[in-house]
Design a protein around this ligand. Structure first.
Ligand SMILES: C[S@@+](CC[C@H](N)C(=O)[O-])C[C@H]1O[C@@H](n2cnc3c(N)ncnc32)[C@H](O)[C@@H]1O
Ligand code: SF4
Length: 336
């Protein structure tokens, strides 16, 4: 079995289908203008599918489509249809900001999509507009309920919690999910990319998030799905649903990280906090055989030694951490 230098297998592949986005979430891509990847550099659906098949052959069980905003990529359902039929792929999921979901859900479902994660950080219209700079909460809610109506399950909602911004939205989001049967996932605010001016005091820790929820709705720990999922899951003691918390800052899970990322322009990235990727597109477009591509992917994975979040925690504990000292790829190009 393929394993990296810490004996971690490759089990998950996150595919960024575009770096473009119709939102400008302040914690992710706060600038108004970006230099987008040139269209001809973006992998075609055929190229993505070929690489996805090779990854599955190397042990990947789960694929997540992400971005940027994946639903701004034209005809995404056609890619879903190609990936959904890969033999031995156990799970295909989409992470979206939900704004275009209502209009695309029927085609996505018909193409074979079974579940979806939708990012939603607040249920307050004005705050939603402030946090996303361009988003319309009503459209996102419409998308979430359209997914429910079309039978997608589970529907997970993701919220990044930022101190002084939306920490007072934790309970309303939990109550919304309990009422409608969605699974809430809270994400610790991370120092992804280089533009969000992250500081550790903006972070609301997993411990604080759980205390706030548990005081109102007692929780019982379930653990990590498959032992390697980023979220630690909890169920409500009253039996009305579950939540999860992704604590990459305060409780790093590098030791069990089995995720590879494929950027929209065909680079393999081995960590969310990497400063660069490995170009596979060049070989792919030069007419390489499957064997040559598998050899390249295997050699990248075998050398993988990333444990950025563990190193960050050590540095934060010694008050020695400057997020700007480590230049990273922007989240939009590598797929969150
Ligand atoms: C980069 S987005 C791409 C997919 C889609 N546009 C969306 O928003 O769901 C993937 C996930 O990363 C999360 N994310 C972005 N910036 C983050 C940050 N600084 N800290 C933690 N999570 C972040 C988003 O909230 C989202 O759930
Ligand atoms: S979190 Fe998603 S929706 Fe928000 S700016 Fe980033 S890519 Fe776009």
């Amino acid at each position: 079995m393929l394993a990296d230098s810490y004996k971690r297998p490759v089990k998950d592949l996150r595919i960024s289908v575009t770096d473009r986005c119709n939102f400008r979430c302040t914690y992710c891509m706060p600038q108004d203008e970006y230099e987008w990847i040139n269209k001809k550099e973006i992998l075609t659906f055929e190229e993505i599918t070929r690489l996805a098949n090779l990854f599955v052959g190397l042990g990947v069980e789960k694929i997540r489509l992400t971005g940027g905003e994946p639903l701004v990529r034209k005809d995404l359902d056609q890619l879903v249809a190609k990936l959904a039929v890969i033999p031995r792929l156990e799970d295909l999921c989409l992470t979206t900001n939900g704004s275009l979901l209502a209009e695309q859900i029927e085609a996505l479902k018909a193409a074979g999509l079974k579940r979806v994660n939708v990012s939603i950080d607040t249920l307050d219209n004005e705050k939603f507009k402030r946090m996303t700079k361009r988003g319309d909460l009503a459209k996102v809610l419409e998308g979430i309920f359209a997914a429910k109506k079309h039978g997608l399950k589970p529907i997970k909602l993701n919220a990044v919690v930022e101190r002084g911004v939306n920490d007072d939205d934790i309970i309303p989001l939990v109550e919304f999910c309990r009422e409608h049967g969605f699974a809430m996932r809270f994400i610790e605010y991370m120092d992804v990319g280089n533009a969000n001016n992250w500081t550790s005091d903006k972070l609301v820790s997993k411990k604080e998030i759980l205390e706030a929820i548990g005081a109102r709705y007692p929780l019982r720990e379930i653990g990590r799905d498959q032992g390697s999922a980023p979220a630690v899951d909890y169920e409500f003691v009253d039996g009305n649903g579950d939540i999860g918390v992704i604590a990459s800052v305060t409780e790093p899970f590098c030791a069990s990280c089995t995720r590879a990322r494929l950027t929209a322009d065909g680079k393999i990235v081995t960590c969310l906090f990497s400063h660069g990727g490995h170009d596979v597109k060049k070989l792919l477009r030069a007419g390489a055989s499957d064997e040559e591509l598998v050899n390249l992917i295997s050699s990248i994975w075998t050398k993988r030694a990333d444990r950025y979040s563990e190193e960050r925690l050590q540095a934060m504990r010694s008050a020695n951490y400057d997020p700007k000292s480590h230049k990273k790829i922007e989240m939009i190009s590598l797929g969150g």
